[in-house]
Design a protein around this ligand. Structure first.
Ligand code: FPP
Length: 237
């Protein structure tokens, strides 16, 4: 019998890791405990995507809006991210390219340095691309692309008429990468929440009732099976 995961090869998957706070609250734990568990699930699901032959995966770890959370919670998420960055050096031994999406200039300089090193150290890898969005916002990403093109046009280096989708996409954090085929949102919410607004144009949205810290490899299989049941027409018939 075919396994849903047989269809995972070559797919590009976006994942909005949601529900960490609710998972912790349900257990009478501080919200940060949900993020700790969420970070472990992130690593396991990233490994599973790699095992399945997924082409690229995009994890939404921290949005440009998440700074509004209490300082303690922001600090805890950043600490988990920092711990991950140290571990990510192991990925140099693996065949994954790691890319960080978002405005990293707001992050601690030592994190920025690690992020640059990890990206450079894995740039030549040919396996799955593991994208992690940190201080990322879809609107901000579009504005950044627009500003870079406008600056070139103003300098007389670019004819505004020559701006097409391909050129615009080349100014995104995801330059050169595949758009997500499906975007998965656990925790029952049905929103994109400023995630990959440009790249999501034809993505299938799959929402699931499980909270991210409870998310399992079987849940990913189920999401891929749901994606395969849908017929994608890209505006055609
Ligand atoms: C959303 O759940 C989750 C976040 C804002 C943080 C996600 C961060 C991690 C999983 C850990 C750090 C990341 C890496 C890459 C190591 P929520 O807090 O909004 O949940 P709620 O809606 O139940 O409150």
């Amino acid at each position: 019998m075919e396994h849903p995961a047989d269809f995972a090869k070559g797919l590009s998957i976006g994942i909005i890791m949601d529900g960490n706070g609710r998972w912790a609250q349900k257990r009478g734990l501080p919200r940060t405990a949900g993020h700790t568990r969420g970070a472990q699930v992130f690593q396991d699901i990233a490994d599973y995507c790699d095992e399945l032959g997924v082409a690229s995966v995009y994890f939404y770890a921290f949005s440009t809006e998440n700074w509004k959370r209490p300082a303690e919670e922001v600090g805890a998420i950043m600490k988990l991210f920092g711990e991950y960055l140290i571990k990510a050096f192991d990925y140099k031994k693996r065949n994954n390219r790691i890319v960080f999406l978002g405005d990293r200039t707001a992050l601690e300089p030592r994190y920025q340095k690690l992020m640059d090193e990890i990206e450079q150290g894995t740039a030549h890898k040919t396996g799955m691309v593991l994208n992690i969005a940190v201080n990322y916002g879809g609107r901000q990403e579009i504005l950044r692309a627009a500003k870079s093109l406008a600056a070139e046009a103003a300098a007389g280096k670019l004819d505004p008429e020559s701006i097409d989708e391909e050129l615009f996409a080349s100014r995104m954090y995801t330059a050169g990468q595949k758009d997500p085929d499906l975007i998965l949102r656990p925790s029952g919410e049905k929103r994109l929440s400023n995630f990959m607004l440009w790249q999501a144009a034809y993505a299938e949205l799959v929402e699931m009732d499980v909270l991210w810290p409870d998310f399992t490899r079987e849940d990913l299989d189920a999401a891929i099976a749901e994606f395969n049941r849908r017929s994608r027409r890209f505006g055609g018939v």
